[in-house]
Design a protein around this ligand. Structure first.
Ligand code: GUN
Length: 302
């Protein structure tokens, strides 16, 4: 059994990105610049955004944190989005979710320029993914694909069962794994909370992606020998015996399932750490794509 170590892999990836930034600097080019919009004072959002800004510093990116009050109007937030879209120095940005209830999240995400949408949440990027076009892939499915690639987990001809149909994990990963290409060519079944007899599907699977949000849902008797298990779940469970009074668990009963698995991601330390690294990767891609467009324009103008 091999543990798909997201912590180690994300560190390696960040080092590679830092190396590319050094080369960009040495060539006199601009470094990638990520902005994050944080509305209000949701504790979890502040923690996430701070980790993203810190990760930018680690790899040598420029970063901008746009902090806005919880009572900002939708109109004023849309003006901030327009400014970020127009700012030529910013390669990509994210609007940290959730937003306060009085703001229409969908309206805000639609206002983000798809070319700067490094979260990959804009429908234009989802459509591009579905059509095999160059696109920003949301961080979680992008991180899963990167782990499968780096550990050379075979996917060609395999039966993948994805559990959960969310817009940012289940749906895109089911598309990516069924696409042509090295980490694709799988036969994918997308299941969800209304799939009857779910275990009948998971027991047939060569690869299972759990993104349901129910702690320790996938038990040992629900998988076959030799399975690959990717656990996207992350839930805090109260545990009076744990030093912090809680423990973090995924959607997989890890101790039972690991004995039957060929490859498995742990929680914590699996898919989670990959997400920030993939956001950095998307920002680097945004920077490169913008430079490509600018240099084309310059060539046309000359
Ligand atoms: N809130 C929780 N996860 C995310 C994420 O990946 N991106 C954004 N923008 N908000 C989030």
């Amino acid at each position: 059994m091999t543990i798909l170590d997201g912590k180690k892999t994300s560190e390696a990836l960040k080092q590679e990105i830092a190396e590319e930034v050094k080369q960009l600097k040495a060539a006199g080019k601009k470094v990638p610049h990520l902005a994050a919009v944080l509305v209000g004072d949701n504790g979890a959002s502040i923690t996430y955004v701070n980790s993203k800004v810190k990760a930018c510093e680690q790899v040598g990116f420029a970063s901008t944190l746009v902090k806005l009050p919880a009572d900002i109007t939708e109109e004023a937030l849309l003006e901030e989005i327009d400014k970020l879209n127009a700012n030529a120095d910013i390669d990509g940005y994210i609007v940290q979710l959730p937003l306060p209830k009085h703001i229409d999240e969908q309206k805000i995400l639609l206002a983000v320029d798809p070319k700067k949408d490094v979260d990959g949440f804009h429908p234009a990027n989802f459509g591009r993914i579905a059509l095999d076009m160059e696109a920003f892939i949301p961080a979680t499915p992008f991180g899963i694909m990167e782990l499968l690639k780096r550990y050379e987990v075979p996917t060609k001809g395999k039966h993948v069962v994805v559990v959960g149909r969310s817009h940012i994990v289940g749906r895109p990963i089911s598309i990516l794994l069924s696409q042509k290409g090295a980490q694709g060519n799988a036969t994918v079944t997308l299941t969800h909370s209304h799939t009857p007899n779910l275990a009948d599907f998971t027991r047939q699977a060569d690869i299972i992606v759990m993104a349901l949000g129910i702690p320790e849902f996938l038990k040992g008797d629900m998988v076959k020998e030799g399975v690959t298990v990717i656990d996207v779940g992350i839930t805090r469970l109260q545990d009076d015996n744990a030093p912090k009074g809680y423990r973090i668990v995924g959607d997989v009963a890890f101790d039972e399932v690991k004995n039957k698995a060929n490859y498995i991601t742990p929680v914590p330390g699996g898919v989670g750490p990959m997400t920030i690294a993939m956001l950095l990767k998307n920002t680097l891609l945004a920077c490169k794509w913008r430079e490509r467009v600018v240099s084309k324009l310059l060539t046309i103008n000359c």
